[in-house]
Write a new protein. Structure first.
Length: 402
């Protein structure tokens, strides 16, 4: 697989000219740094996994919030991208991504007008190409009100929009209950408007993605698949078989693939991985994924018992635990704990262990990659690894926050 990072003028961060071609030591701190070599290996391994199992791959772009990384995923065989917000969809569309699923319910009329406008912008002129699944904007709904409001907004356009019914398969968050409730909503959707196309079911068991043990994840997905299978059967009985079942995530994609129910998977964090996902027991069926996103920090204070670096909760999301300190050859093993917005406390990993020196670089693997990205304005992209790599690009984070 030969994929290349495509960086247009509109994707360049303001610091681009100052850093390109320099070593990692030239990167100011704290900084969000992507290891492109590791990113490409993760892309290839996930693409091969999906291809071997005949699955479509639609990565969650809310992990990276970057058109450049989205284009890398498309080059690597992704059928499209999944996003959480309209802002993310608009940002990707502005850089040429056409196959976008907004995997979140939208009810606000102003936001729905933006959805309709985006569908119109993405409409293809060639009718033959328009018939393809990957040439439409898509969105999820979980209520009759959501269907009605979307239909009203789409009347202002000549475009179509694919609509997936979100089914709650165990997360207990968004989604219509499985079974007859999903069938009622599918019937409404199928007959409501020529501008809405019934595209299938969206089912993501987010809490299952976070379970540490393979057996736990397998049990959760087995239960979820049983709920979905019954829903699919009922839809088939009324002449509305779902054209596609999409969903899933980085934590349990191997179990979701093994179920035979999902024909499209939506991992997101696989691109970068993070300390939380890397703490999972790995299912032997899934590819070996590796860390590819870091926050570079500098040691700014040292005492007898600890050191302090310049990366705290303003640079690192802590919702899924503390970051892991990555020790390069010759560096001491350290543990991190939050010291506030701009500070991190570093202590020896073992009693009596060494501390870093003033000015030393510390590489921090975030506990949760997606929210960490939202805390930064840009990425620095390295080729050649952390120890001796060269800066290849500086890319903006295209959408921060929601």
């Amino acid at each position: 697989m030969n994929v290349q990072l495509q960086v247009t003028d509109g994707m360049r961060a303001a610091i681009d000219k100052n850093l390109i071609g320099k070593g990692a030591d030239a990167i100011g701190t704290p900084a969000l740094v992507a290891d492109l070599d590791a990113v490409n290996r993760n892309l290839q391994r996930m693409s091969e996994f999906a291809a071997r199992r005949g699955l479509r791959l639609r990565p969650q772009a809310n992990t990276h919030k970057s058109a450049a990384f989205a284009l890398l995923q498309m080059q690597s065989g992704a059928a499209g991208l999944s996003v959480r917000t309209i802002s993310e969809a608009e940002a990707l569309a502005a850089h040429g991504i056409r196959a976008i699923l907004i995997a979140g319910e939208v009810l606000d009329p102003a936001k729905l007008r933006r959805v309709a406008a985006l569908a119109q912008r993405l409409k293809l002129q060639d009718d033959d190409r328009l018939a393809k699944d990957d040439s439409r904007l898509a969105i999820v709904v979980d209520s009759a009100e959501g269907v009605e409001r979307l239909a009203q907004a789409m009347q202002l356009t000549s475009a179509l929009i694919d609509v997936f019914i979100e089914v709650d398969i165990g997360q207990s968050c968004c989604g219509v209950p499985p079974g007859s409730a999903a069938v009622r909503l599918a019937r409404l959707l199928a007959g409501r408007s020529s501008k809405l196309r019934y595209a299938g079911l969206y089912a993501r068991h987010g809490s299952a993605q976070r379970l540490r043990l393979t057996l736990e994840r397998g049990a959760a997905i087995t239960q979820a698949a049983a709920r979905m299978q019954e829903t699919v059967r009922l839809l088939q009985d009324v002449g509305l078989p779902p054209p596609r079942v999409t969903g899933g995530g980085t934590g349990a994609f191997a179990q979701e693939a093994a179920s035979g129910l999902w024909d499209e998977i939506q991992p997101g964090s696989y691109l970068f991985m993070d300390a939380d996902y890397l703490a999972h027991e790995r299912d032997p069926a899934q590819p070996q994924l590796e860390p590819a996103l870091y926050v570079k920090a500098q040691v700014i204070s040292v005492s007898a018992r600890q050191a302090v670096c310049d990366a705290g909760s303003n640079s690192l999301a802590l919702d899924r635990g503390q970051p892991r300190v990555i020790a390069l050859p010759g560096q001491p093993e350290l543990l991190y704990e939050n010291g506030g917005g701009e500070r991190g406390i570093l202590r020896p990993a073992t009693e009596g262990g060494a501390l870093p020196a003033l000015g030393d670089t510390v590489w921090l693997l975030p506990g949760h990659c997606g929210p960490t990205v939202s805390l930064h304005e840009h990425y620095v992209v390295l080729g050649g690894g952390l120890a001796s790599g060269t800066v290849l690009a500086a890319l903006p984070v295209d959408v921060r926050g929601g």
